[in-house]
Design a protein around this ligand. Structure first.
Ligand code: SF4
Length: 400
């Protein structure tokens, strides 16, 4: 397939994405059975996102696991650019991070990039991206992270903590690199040009705090790989370890596109976490499937799960139990499960999930703000005279 047939950057996904081709193009490694076995040997099992191949690529994960086996603990980092409500596919990296946090007993850093989305989306005001940042943070914490091991950079609130390292990073990243990696036009605002320095900081922050090298693992969509290629290029020059990456495929949308996109009039392409039950029903009922033209034909020939957006939802989130997932997949292929029934089951499952999610979301309100890091660690920078009256704040963990 010619490169021109699809384009993937952190800011644009265009054309029918061939994930294997994209991995090769980006120069990332394939996630092998040996690496999966390394994860299983610690966790005792594999998360469905791993065993079903949704996470399919990596950078330096084998070395990170080998270090972990020798007692060198890593931390997790993932983030969200807040421009609106989250949909279920946004939870993919966070579902995996929560699982890794529990199984490997490691800290988690979440970055809410309200500045990035303000720079990127012309129609959004700064207060809107900050408001969505807070709403999104509640949803992410509701996934079930351990609040004692979870820390948040909320860019416009955390800038005092982020900025010293961002300054170091920015000095190492030439403009030509940013332009080449992200494909920015000459009219690009300078905020977005600088932004990759801010997205790099959480990769190094725990090492900076602990004053020793603390390895970082970033589970994220493969579309975010370009950001971290820049980070990896400059890490060792600044005295920090290169972050390891665990890269997922991008999930298809409900309307049948190869990749879920919710820009423009794409609200029907995804299941949003704030959708009321009737909306969930309506969207799933009209979702693109791999079914046949008639019931009779489907019973006779079976359907094609691999092209079905409903099956993609089962596969990525809503049928974590392997026996159930196999039943759905086989029933689909053999024509014993029809699309109407399958959609009805998914509607019920998603509505139940959202009800529970919203209850968890209310509980995290009590402590979400306390997880935000808003000043640099003590002693990390040249001392300033006390200014007096400083608000209670968090510099984050000390050597977590
Ligand atoms: Fe998709 Fe379910 Fe129909 Fe199969 S039976 S094509 S999984 S909706």
């Amino acid at each position: 397939m010619a490169d021109e047939e699809f384009v993937v950057t952190p800011y644009e996904v265009r054309g029918p994405v061939d994930h294997d081709r994209l991995r090769e193009k980006f120069g990332a490694e394939r996630l092998t059975p040996e690496i999966l076995e390394g994860i299983r040997s610690v966790a005792g099992e594999l998360h469905p996102l791993l065993r079903r191949g949704i996470y399919y690529s990596h950078r330096d994960l084998a070395a990170l696991l080998a270090d972990h086996a020798r007692g060198r603990r890593f931390f997790l980092y993932s983030g969200r650019g807040p421009s609106g409500p989250l949909h279920t596919a946004h939870l993919v990296p966070f579902d995996l991070c929560r699982w890794v946090q529990e199984k490997f007993d490691v800290p988690m850093y979440i970055q809410i990039t309200d500045d990035e989305k303000f720079w990127f989306r012309p129609h959004l005001t700064r207060s809107e991206t900050a408001r969505w940042g807070w709403e999104n943070l509640l949803d992410l914490l509701a996934v079930g992270f351990d609040p004692k091991r979870t820390h948040v950079f909320f860019d416009t609130r955390s800038i005092a903590a982020l900025y010293p390292l961002a300054v170091d990073v920015a000095k190492k990243v030439p403009y030509s690199t940013v332009r080449a990696v992200f494909g920015f036009p000459p009219s690009q605002n300078v905020g977005l040009v600088f932004y990759t320095a801010l997205q790099t900081v959480p990769c190094f922050y725990p090492s900076w705090v602990a004053k020793r090298a603390v390895p970082c693992l970033i589970p994220c969509g493969i579309d975010q790989d370009p950001h971290f290629r820049v980070t990896r290029d400059i890490a060792e020059g600044l005295g920090y370890p290169k972050p390891a990456l665990l890269l997922s495929q991008m999930l298809p949308g409900l309307l049948g596109g190869r990749v879920m996109s919710t820009t423009g009039d794409g609200r029907d392409n995804a299941l949003f976490l704030n959708d009321p039950p009737k909306e969930i029903d309506r969207k799933i009922r009209k979702a693109f499937t791999g079914g046949r033209a008639s019931v009779e034909e489907q019973r006779r020939l079976g359907a094609t799960p691999e092209i079905c957006s409903v099956w993609a939802a089962w596969r990525s989130k809503f049928a974590p139990d392997e026996a159930e997932f196999t039943r759905i997949t086989e029933g689909c292929r053999q024509g014993t499960l029809l699309c109407g029934e399958c959609k009805g089951m998914l509607i019920e499952r998603v509505q139940g999930f959202l009800e529970e999610h919203r209850a968890r979301r209310e509980k995290v309100r009590d402590y979400a703000a306390s997880l935000i890091i808003d000043r640099p660690p003590e002693g990390a920078e040249a001392p300033f005279p006390p200014t007096g009256g400083a608000p209670a704040s968090s510099a984050g963990p000390d050597g977590d």
